[in-house]
Design a protein around this ligand. Structure first.
Ligand SMILES: C[S@@+](CC[C@H](N)C(=O)[O-])C[C@H]1O[C@@H](n2cnc3c(N)ncnc32)[C@H](O)[C@@H]1O
Length: 286
């Protein structure tokens, strides 16, 4: 059984886009991922899968690009794929957090010739790019519409914006079990988990057209990971840093009830399922 303090879940409070203080949220996101710089790679199998899907979705535009900007490089997994596919491009990779940028820099080494930057991908950037790309990052944006419009302006004519992101059905078993746990303890309405506030495919499509892109392709796939127990899933979630950027109180009683509901409703053959809704988008500037 999970001991109090062994795992402090950060699930409560609403989705990031509902939160008022943008700077505070950004600091929360940065802190969550930064703390996990060492453990992220061991637990980020789904993100790696998304990165390969993204590279496949971008196709020829990647090899052709002379100037590439990667947003949210994290520990540099996608950055490495980008370099393998295109050894010549001027490649700029940025992340909110310095510890992650350092990890990515170490992973690729100086010979990769990447320009590393600690920056918020949502603040207006200078420069013009043929390809702007991001893996499993845009779901954390707090001003996605505005940011897409700004990135559109950073693209050269014919340039491509390509990203993968997670949709609102990600961790749906967790959301459902949390609600059930709240009801079983007679708690007032439990706020949604952050994933429930992520944009779905239609929302991203509208945002991209709204930002000025005349051509947009989107794909979506549900995938299921399995974990030996709810506790191990929650630990893995913490290890990737993909938890609530503004944590509040989460009582041991609620945590216990959540784990019991999850296990009872979804546990089969010594494992529990965890859903991921993966979305890919490729948009071209005319
Ligand atoms: C799930 S990780 C993905 C990391 C990497 N792209 C990968 O595929 O392994 C999300 C990353 O996005 C970064 N991030 C979140 N919001 C960001 C923002 N506004 N600007 C730059 N980076 C951001 C986080 O610091 C974290 O490294």
């Amino acid at each position: 059984m999970l001991e109090h303090g062994e795992l402090k879940m950060q699930l409560e409070l609403g989705p990031v886009s509902f939160l008022k203080d943008d700077r505070e949220v950004k600091q929360g996101i940065r802190r969550n991922f930064a703390r996990r710089a060492r453990s992220y790679d061991r637990h980020a199998e789904m993100q790696r899968r998304m990165a390969h899907g993204l590279v496949a979705a971008v196709g020829e535009s990647l090899a052709r690009a002379g100037r590439i900007l990667e947003i949210g490089c994290g520990t540099g997994y996608l950055t490495g794929l980008l370099r393998q596919a295109n050894g010549e491009a001027r490649l700029v990779a940025l992340d909110l957090d310095a510890a992650l940028v350092d990890a990515a820099r170490r992973r690729l080494g100086p010979e990769a010739g990447v320009a590393w930057l600690v920056a918020d991908g949502e603040t207006p950037l200078r420069g013009e790019y043929d390809l702007i790309i991001a893996n499993a990052t845009f779901q954390w944006f707090t001003r996605p519409g505005e940011t897409l419009a700004a990135l559109y302006r950073n693209l050269a004519p014919g340039g491509v914006l390509a990203f993968s992101t997670l949709g609102p059905r990600t961790f749906q078993e967790l959301a459902e079990s949390l609600n059930q746990a709240g009801r079983s303890l007679n708690l007032p309405a439990i706020p949604p988990i952050p994933a429930q506030g992520f944009g779905d495919r239609e929302t991203w499509s509208d945002r991209l057209y709204g930002a000025g892109f005349p051509q947009v392709r989107l794909g979506r796939e549900m995938a299921t990971a399995t974990f030996p127990s709810v506790k191990e899933f929650l630990q893995a979630l913490q290890a990737t840093g993909a938890t609530n950027p503004r944590p509040g109180q989460f009582s041991p009683r609620l945590l216990h009830a959540l784990m019991a509901a999850y296990q009872t409703n979804y546990g089969r053959d010594g494992a529990i399922p965890v859903s991921y809704e993966m979305i890919w988008a490729v948009a071209e500037k005319s």
